[in-house]
Design a protein around this ligand. Structure first.
Ligand code: SF4
Length: 443
């Protein structure tokens, strides 16, 4: 009988890439995906703990799953991702004894081995499966396993930096680069399956290869991936302001397939706060970096991350951040309110002392600023032609959608089949987050 898996995933692109890898490996064992968790023989929750809210959501979900899990002795329930830190494991096992396996991020082997063992047991008649009625199951949000046109490929796992607010080093371990051959093999396989755009991922993707020695770095890897026949585009994220070197920028500038898009998290516009965050750069150094990127890649899309309400952040320090963002006019601001994460240096040393209402107020100010800047910048694109890689179709609005090389979302109507195509689109409507247009003459 056909066995099914359901993979529910939240969090960053690295988590999405882990989910895709696990899905592929489950399928190679003969499991087929199913949309409804209640139909799954293997249910995996791929978790994120970057914010308290995300962790709370998974805890609630697990509590709801407990009674249903009890009715399905033959099913396998696994929890994967950043919730599963080495230090946290004993506590998780005690709290959720009905979970079969806890898998650290990017390490699905134990689940695959367990399934293979269970298959052998089942073949020997030792396993009795029962199915509960579907309507007895809690409804879990749909899994997001990525698009067939775009895919993420992890190239650097873990992180050896120690930003004081961040749980990643303790959950994903020390930084290690994957071998070049494994990455190219994976990218070629994805392209053979129809993927047209690959994003190379790392917590600090610019550090790719530094731990391997030999001088083969991200710039070289991007060029090699860009040469894969059938691939339309390659991207990379996330960058760290200290590790973006000219060699990388030059590689982007000289290859059409490498997208001029860079994620540069600034986190704060105050030197004192950056020091407390242990980011390792100053505001002025960040400014100079943005100028350097723009000098080499004049039209690059530059996105940033900001944390408001970091412990001790004063109104004046917050306003430094606000004014820096106003001055730099970047292309997107991922804006978050500080959320204390247990086990981080900030949680140990710094009281979470900015009141919730104040964090929310600062967050809203940055949000409004980002919206205004983007609205103004996008307005300048009206009447212009942009090149869009079509990622899918919005069936409700009967139009295609895709992204520009700078990562701006574009919609356009066209009766022709355009999935996976590079289309020139003339823009006739712009908003802060999307552009709408029509195929340009002769597109
Ligand atoms: S660079 Fe800092 S914020 Fe980014 S993953 Fe590493 S520790 Fe976390």
């Amino acid at each position: 009988m056909q066995q099914h898996y359901h993979l529910w995933s939240i969090g960053c692109q690295m988590n999405m890439a882990d989910a895709r890898t696990l899905a592929a490996r489950l399928e190679s064992l003969g499991y087929a995906p199913c949309r409804k968790p209640e139909q799954a023989d293997v249910l995996v929750l791929n978790t994120c703990v970057i914010r308290q809210q995300a962790e709370d959501k998974i805890n609630t979900m697990l509590r709801h799953l407990q009674p249903y899990r009890a009715k399905r002795p033959g099913m396998t329930l696994a929890v994967m991702g950043c919730m599963v830190g080495k230090r946290e494991l004993p506590q998780l096992q005690a709290q959720f004894p009905f979970v079969d396996l806890f898998l650290p991020p990017s390490e699905p082997e134990a689940l695959l081995a367990l399934l293979q063992r269970r298959e052998l047991d089942a073949a020997a008649g030792a396993l009795v499966r029962t199915r509960a009625g579907e309507d007895e199951w809690p409804v879990l949000p749909a899994s997001s396993q990525g698009q067939a046109i775009t895919a993420h490929v992890p190239v650097v796992l873990g992180c050896s930096h120690a930003c004081s607010f961040c749980v990643i080093p303790s959950r994903r371990g020390a930084e290690r680069s994957r071998p070049r051959e494994a990455i190219l093999l994976e990218a070629r396989r994805l392209v053979a399956e129809g993927v047209r755009e690959v994003t190379l991922l790392g917590q600090i993707v610019d550090r790719y290869g530094l731990d391997l020695g030999g001088g083969y770095e991200l710039a070289d890897l991007l060029v090699d991936v860009a040469q894969i026949e059938g691939l339309a585009r390659v991207r990379f994220l996330t960058s760290h302001p200290n590790w973006v070197h000219d060699r990388l920028l030059d590689a982007v500038a000289s290859h059409e397939k490498i997208c001029p898009y860079i994620e540069l998290p600034v986190q704060s516009g105050s030197d004192e706060v950056l020091k407390q965050m242990r980011r390792g750069y100053t505001v002025q150094q960040f400014r100079e970096l943005v100028a350097r990127v723009r000098a080499r890649l004049p039209n690059a899309g530059i996105n940033t991350d900001v944390i408001v309400g970091f412990p001790g952040e004063t109104e004046a320090q917050f306003m430094d951040t606000y004014r820096l963002l106003e001055e730099l006019r970047l292309d997107a601001i991922h804006n978050a309110q500080y959320s204390e994460r247990p086990g981080t240096p900030a949680a140990r040393r710094l009281p979470d002392d900015v009141p919730a209402e104040e964090k929310a107020r600062r967050w809203q100010l940055v949000e409004d600023l980002g919206k205004r800047i983007l609205g103004e910048k996008h307005a300048g694109l009206r009447g212009q032609v942009v090149r869009v890689l079509v990622e899918g179709r919005d069936a409700k609005r009967d139009r295609w959608f895709g992204r520009t090389p700078e990562n701006t979302l574009v919609y356009f109507a066209d009766a022709r089949e355009q999935l996976g195509q590079l289309v020139s689109v003339q823009i006739d409507w712009t908003g802060p987050f999307t552009l709408i247009g029509q195929p340009a003459e002769g597109a």
